[in-house]
Ligand binder design. Sequence first.
Ligand code: SF4
Ligand code: SF4
Length: 73
Amino acid sequence: MAAKGNVVFDSECCKGCELCVNVCPVSIIELAPGLNSKGYHFSRIKEGSKEKCIACGFCGMTCPDFVIRVERL
Ligand code: SF4
Ligand code: SF4
C-alpha cells in the first residue's frame, strides 16, 4: 500500500515530549535513541512504517513546537 502522507520533522526543535507518539492512530512515531543538539530524543517515523501513515495530520496538530509537517500525497 502506498503512503498517503509524507511526515517531515524539524528534529532540532523537538523536545521529546511524546505527544505525537501517543496521538498517532497507527502508532508509527517513536523517539530516536539518539539526541538532537539540545539534548533531547527526537521523534521520527519507525523504520519501515512510512506506508502505514494515513495522513490524518494529528501529529502535526498536536505538536506544541511546530516540529511536524504532514504533506498529503
Ligand atoms: S499523519 Fe497521522 S498517521 Fe501519519 S504519522 Fe501523523 S498521526 Fe500518524
Ligand atoms: S510533539 Fe513535537 S516536541 Fe513533542 S515529541 Fe513530538 S515532535 Fe517532538
